[in-house]
Design a protein around this ligand. Sequence first.
Ligand SMILES: [Zn+2]
Length: 126
Amino acid sequence: MRIHGKCVRCKKRISVYTLYGTREDYDKKNGKYISIKCHNYRCNKKADYHLNDLSAVQSPFIGLFFGIVLAISLILCYYFYDLWSRTNYLYQIIIGIIIIPSTVWGIWFRENLEKVKRFNGNQIRR
Ligand SMILES: [Zn+2]
C-alpha cells in the first residue's frame, strides 16, 4: 500500500510503499518515523516524516486495471462475435468475460478501500 505526504521543503507530494496495514503495526516494528526522499529533482530533500503526517491512498493501478479489463473484454466481444453467435453459449461467454473480471475487480477495490480506511482511521500517539 502506498502512503503519501508532503515534502517539507518543496511541498510536492512524496510517497512510500509500506507492507504494514496500520500505523500501529509500522510503529511497533520500525518506529514512528519514515525516512522519505523527495523525488522532485530540484529538491531531493530527504527527511523523516511522522506516521500521522502520512496517509494511505487508493492504488491508481486499480482504476487502470479495470480500464484494461474492460477494453480487453470489449475487444474480445467484438472480434469473436461471429464465432460465438454460432454457439449456444453466447450469453454465458459474454457474461463470463464481463462479469468475472468485474467481480474480481470489485472485491479487490473494496478490500483496498478498507485497507486505506483502516490505515487512515488510526492515528498513533506522538
Ligand atoms: Zn521536495
